[in-house]
Design a protein around this ligand. Structure first.
Ligand SMILES: Nc1nc2c(ncn2[C@@H]2O[C@H](COP(=O)(O)OP(=O)(O)OP(=O)(O)O)[C@@H](O)[C@H]2O)c(=O)[nH]1
Ligand SMILES: [Mg+2]
Length: 370
């Protein structure tokens, strides 16, 4: 039997398994008792769910497929947990709840009967199997270390959604629209793909986001981020500066798509993910030789384009600063070496820390006022 088939058996077994309950149902023959108990359970589960929602500030991450939503969220988790690849990938809705102080990440999935499975340790391979198994709602919980809970009780949750423009699988578009229509989100991060800006698919998605904003009557905050800014550093004819692209995009979003004063941040999510993987240097997320070489190249490129990125971030209201707490110690990376303080600086150039700060500030403000 192939490894893939074995793995699939694991996920299907897990989806069928129920959490052990204290009362043995078979001892209660009276069907009304059973149904009353079931009603009681679903009521309690509902209250628990509502309480959980009440202390969670939900931020949806939306974009056309392959713009880098899952990579951005992996960067926030500091490891490659969510499935990601260069072709259409995320097939369900993944919620990542930030819980300060947790060690590692755990995952559970909603089964077809509406209940959640038990929690298991989240690993890259498990999440990939869950994504391939047709589960449409998955919850991950762990510490997004760059974002603090508010008063130890209130937290952010990011929701990774499928790209709506997968022509081979219309369920991705359905899930994306259903997610927006549920109105569960207090804020949205909209990623635009620097290597395919303002395509028909992007405009269609922006129209859906605009509708969502109107329906929320101004209560939802939106941040736009142009991901994969490294696409502008390849040189050649027609090369444009990040700053110009950010300005043009702001104009495009307000004039052509009717968003008021859009905040647009340049992002390099894959660079942030690699900086954080390297800084944490833990088993499953260690670099192989090719990854180390790629990282060293990107790292150098980011430093070479430092001023251009800083100016673009400043235009959007974000100031890049060195973290004086990070010691200047050398770290091995493949055959090369990088300095921990430089990694922290390049991580900031990636733009991801500004999305995190924006999310934390919004969440704190929201719970202060509600
Ligand atoms: N060059 C570059 N590649 C990136 C960046 N961010 C993500 N990628 C790559 O883009 C591809 C798609 O990234 P994903 O994170 O899977 O994109 P997604 O938006 O989640 O895609 P779907 O789940 O299919 O909707 C992957 O190969 C990533 O490694 C970036 O900042 N720069
Ligand atoms: Mg994805």
């Amino acid at each position: 039997m192939s490894a893939g088939r074995k793995e699939n058996k694991w996920v299907h077994r897990w989806l069928r398994t129920r959490k052990p309950t204290k009362v043995v149902l078979s001892q209660r023959k009276d069907s009304t008792l059973i149904s009353k108990r079931k009603q009681g359970m679903s009521k309690r589960a509902k209250i628990r769910g509502e309480k959980k929602q009440a202390d969670t500030f939900a931020i949806a991450v939306v974009a056309p497929m392959s713009a880098g939503k899952s990579t951005l969220l992996n960067a926030m988790m500091g490891c490659r947990l969510l499935p990601s690849r260069s072709t259409a990938c995320t097939a369900g809705v993944f919620t990542i709840v930030d819980k300060d102080g947790s060690s590692g990440f755990k995952v559970r999935a909603r089964r077809k009967d509406g209940r959640f499975t038990s929690w298991v340790k989240a690993t890259t391979s498990r999440l990939s199997e869950i994504n391939d198994s047709g589960v449409i709602e998955t919850e991950i919980e762990g510490d997004l270390t760059r974002i603090k809970n508010y008063r130890n009780a209130f937290r952010v949750a990011f929701i990774d959604t499928p790209g709506p423009n997968n022509s081979c699988d219309s369920t991705h578009a359905d899930l994306f629209r259903k997610a927006l229509a549920s109105h569960k989100y207090a804020a949205i991060v909209v990623l635009l793909d620097a290597s395919a800006l303002h395509t028909t698919d992007e405009v269609a998605m922006l129209q859906d986001v605009h509708r969502f904003v109107l329906e929320k009557k101004g209560t939802a905050s939106v941040m736009f981020a142009i991901n994969k800014i490294d696409a502008f550093f390849r040189g050649g004819e027609g090369a444009r500066s990040v700053r110009d692209v950010v300005r043009d995009t702001q104009e495009f979003l307000s004039e052509k798509c009717n968003f008021d004063n859009p905040v647009v941040v340049p992002l390099w999510s894959s660079l942030a993910l690699d900086c954080r993987r390297l800084a944490s240097q833990n088993g499953e997320n260690g670099f192989d030789e090719d990854e180390a070489d790629d990282f060293l190249l990107s790292f150098k490129k980011a430093k070479n384009h430092r001023r251009e990125i800083e100016l673009a971030l400043e235009d959007s209201g974000f100031k890049v600063m060195c973290d004086s707490q990070v010691r200047k110690e050398a770290m091995r990376c493949g055959d090369g070496e990088v300095n921990a303080a430089d990694i922290s600086f390049v991580d900031m150039l990636s733009g991801v820390p500004f999305v995190e700060r924006w999310a934390e500030n919004l969440m704190c403000e929201y719970f202060k006022n509600n």
